[in-house]
Write a protein that binds this ligand. Structure first.
Ligand code: NAP
Length: 263
């Protein structure tokens, strides 16, 4: 099958004014291979491999990259790649996160205003850009405490007003937190596959409110058997804007794009 025959369609991300490919490229594996939940251990890809993946993704119609400070060197590697390969920043929607960092093999969380602002400046610096399309709060498991007891959300709202961020949201860990996130922000990033449907109510709420919906773990981090079925299910769920899939394998990238292009 020729790569150019496959085009991943685009969808609006709620009312954000951001149009994204209905598949996004997840980049955990670009920068982190410790304390991850994938079925097999792996080496971090070299620069050539990352370049091939991003270029192939672009040819297949992807325009969305999902990264995070918690994904080790992922943000820096994306920034360096765009700079070195002269990839146009404006052709891509970059989603990153705040709140979690991963250093020396351990995660730590800080949702304070000071750290949120520092984290955004660091992401801009690592990604070598002057704006971030999407910033998601990287939940520690206590979604609602983060909303009610920290200054993370108001800080992001301020940075959005200042023009550093186009849209804000939350990568949630609880069904109730996901519903609150749909009510409070522009975008929710939630888990969905046929075996994990706890966030369906939040997706419905987001759809009602015209918020953006990003899906993570559609393959249960690689453990799901029926990958095509899972992807079809997520893409056909009303309200879903884009399904973020992590892969280091060009054939997998193309297979996933092929499924999306036929819906
Ligand atoms: N914010 C959060 O809390 C959070 C948490 C998890 C994930 N995420 C985001 O969501 C993305 C996806 O989540 P995820 O990486 O945990 O899980 P996932 O997308 O469900 O699964 C990724 C795994 O599936 C494999 N895979 C991909 N396409 C395949 C195919 N066609 N056939 C067979 N295997 C395939 C990949 O291995 P190969 O490399 O071998 O293809 C990889 O190990 C992440 O990269 C990240 O951007 C966010």
């Amino acid at each position: 099958m020729k790569v150019r025959e496959i085009r991943v369609p685009k969808r609006n991300l709620g009312n954000t004014n951001i149009e994204v490919s209905c598949l996004g490229l997840g980049t955990v594996k670009f920068g982190r291979n410790q304390s991850v939940k994938y079925p097999e251990n792996f080496d971090l890809p070299n620069d050539k491999k990352i370049s091939e993946l991003v270029k192939s993704a672009e040819e297949l119609g992807f325009n969305l990259l999902d990264t995070a400070p918690a994904y080790g060197s992922s943000e820096k590697r994306i920034g360096d790649l765009f700079q070195q390969q002269k990839i146009s920043r404006h052709n891509w929607v970059i989603s990153t996160k705040v709140g979690e960092e991963f250093e020396n093999g351990k995660s730590k969380f800080d949702f304070s205003a000071t750290n949120t602002e520092l984290s955004i400046k660091r992401s801009l610096n690592r990604l070598q850009t002057d704006y971030l399309d999407i910033v998601l709060i990287h939940s520690n498991g206590f979604d609602e405490k983060v909303f009610d007891e920290t200054d993370c959300l108001p800080t992001l709202q301020r940075l959005k007003k200042e023009g550093l961020i186009r849209a804000i949201g939350v990568s949630t860990k609880t069904p109730r937190g996901a519903i609150r996130a749909a009510e409070l922000t522009d975008i929710i990033m939630v888990t969905l596959n046929p075996e994990m449907q706890a966030d369906l109510s939040a997706i419905e709420r987001a759809y009602e409110l015209n918020r953006g919906v990003l899906i993570k773990k559609v393959f249960n981090s690689g453990h799901a058997d029926l990958k095509e079925k899972n992807l079809q299910y997520a893409l056909e769920t009303p309200g879903v804007g884009s399904v973020i899939i992590g892969t280091l394998n060009l054939d997998h990238l193309q297979n996933n794009a092929n499924v999306a292009s036929q819906l």
